[in-house]
Design a protein around this ligand. Structure first.
Ligand SMILES: Nc1ncnc2c1ncn2[C@@H]1O[C@H](COP(=O)(O)OP(=O)(O)O)[C@@H](O)[C@H]1O
Ligand SMILES: [Mg+2]
Length: 390
């Protein structure tokens, strides 16, 4: 079964897409990645999206316009991927998170935009969408959904392996923990670095390209200590967060208390914040192998600080296991779609905090009536990926 997965993460930099041809082989799921790409958002759509994200207040007209614009953008990305790699049986679209509603240790709601009807209309392919909401309705955080893939993907690794995604927010799945695997959002990964770089360059740069600004600065110990005092880091897992907390307003409030800090020093300190918050969790769980993915892997300053902070830990990249660091999450949503259409749970309850296993998402018909395969009685126990032919 060929499934196309798509997501735009909290960095809202663009749409990651992957087409995976899945084949069940005993209790191993084999995935041949036929296509994997990241497509930047159109600048006007991105500007509208950024302008409406928290802490901005917005009107339903904005919500409607963005839902349509993002849905059409996802539809176009899907259509182009299908043109390049051939027809698919299913699409699973995460859309764009615009609000993740968390109150302390509980998620109360989560909202993704990118109306899937545009995708079904453009491609004629049935779509699985709205994948986080059911887990939240079952008492979970609806995040990190990556844990479904991480648990299967790292099943064969010896010792205490964990998977780390360095997106806007950093999240980690720890494989062997008391009572099953756990996963949670650690804190900001690129969210605050990106916000600082935007401020410092008057929006001319959206991120610290190749970690150059951070590399030119010196970590400010007082600022780092204040950043590390954030209560979110002390919450028990499972926990989830987003740009509702770690946004430009959050950064401005802290920087106001440290007037005169030089731009590169601010970026270096925020980069160290990511490395230190991750390293603390890695140490707390006795992780010995850390498999990294996400855009942060392309920041050598961050990766250098992370390696230094994680003494004795084998820090690897997901690409070594067949999932390119920048499209691993698109492969994840293809995997979630595969689970949904086979009637299998798409989230690991011990990871999201849900009260039980749930099949995720809503199904939209494509051109033809929906034909679901025979439900599977048991879920695969491992996932083996073959690298994409780029
Ligand atoms: N070459 C690079 N140098 C430094 N940072 C990068 C680079 N490429 C990507 N990034 C970082 O990765 C982020 C995007 O990562 P991504 O995994 O797509 O996150 P999300 O899932 O939140 O969209 C960018 O906002 C930027 O901070
Ligand atoms: Mg992204």
């Amino acid at each position: 079964m060929k499934v196309l997965g798509m997501i735009s993460g909290t960095s809202h930099d663009g749409i990651d897409v992957a087409i995976v041809d899945f084949r069940l082989d005993g209790d191993t799921l084999r995935g041949r990645v036929l296509h994997a790409d990241s497509v930047a958002y159109d600048p006007a759509l991105r500007a509208h999206l950024v302008a409406t994200l928290p802490p901005a207040q917005l009107a339903f007209a904005d919500v409607c316009e963005l839902d349509t614009g993002i849905g059409q953008a996802f539809a176009e990305v899907a259509a182009r991927a299908i043109d390049a790699a051939g027809p698919v049986d299913w699409i699973c679209s995460h859309g764009q998170t615009v609000f993740h509603w968390v109150d302390g240790a509980h998620a109360l709601g989560t909202l993704q935009l990118g109306q899937p009807a545009w995708i079904a209309e453009r491609t004629g392919v049935p779509v699985v969408a709205d994948v986080r909401a059911r887990d939240v309705a079952a008492g979970g955080h609806g995040a990190p959904l990556a844990s479904l893939m991480d648990v299967l993907f790292l099943a064969g690794l010896p010792g205490h392996a964990a998977a780390l995604n360095l997106g806007g927010i950093s999240n980690m799945t720890v494989l062997r923990h008391r009572g099953g695997p756990i996963a949670y959002d650690i804190g900001p990964s690129n969210a605050l670095i990106d916000a600082a770089v935007r401020r410092l360059t008057d929006d001319r740069q959206a991120y610290d390209a190749d970690g150059r600004m951070g590399a030119a600065g010196t970590v400010d110990a007082a600022l780092l200590a204040e950043l590390l005092a954030e209560p979110y880091y002390a919450l028990p897992a499972p926990r989830s967060t987003g740009k509702e907390l770690f946004n430009a307003g959050y950064l401005d409030a802290i920087v106001a208390r440290h007037p005169g800090i030089a731009g590169p020093d601010l970026v270096a300190t925020l980069t160290m914040l990511t490395a230190r918050t991750v390293a603390a969790e890695v140490a707390a769980h006795g992780v010995d192998t850390l498999v990294c993915s996400g855009g942060g892997c392309a920041n050598p300053t961050l990766m250098g600080m992370l390696r230094d902070a994680c003494t004795g830990v084998d820090v690897r990249l997901s690409s070594e296991f067949g999932a390119p660091t920048d499209t691993k999450e698109a492969i994840l949503f293809a995997l979630i779609g595969w689970h949904t259409v086979h009637g299998l749970r798409g989230a690991v309850p011990s990871c999201t905090g849900a009260s039980g296993e749930r099949v995720l998402g809503a199904i939209l018909p494509g051109r033809d009536p929906v034909r679901l395969p025979e439900p599977l009685a048991t879920a695969p126990r491992s996932l083996i990926l073959e690298a994409p032919a780029r």
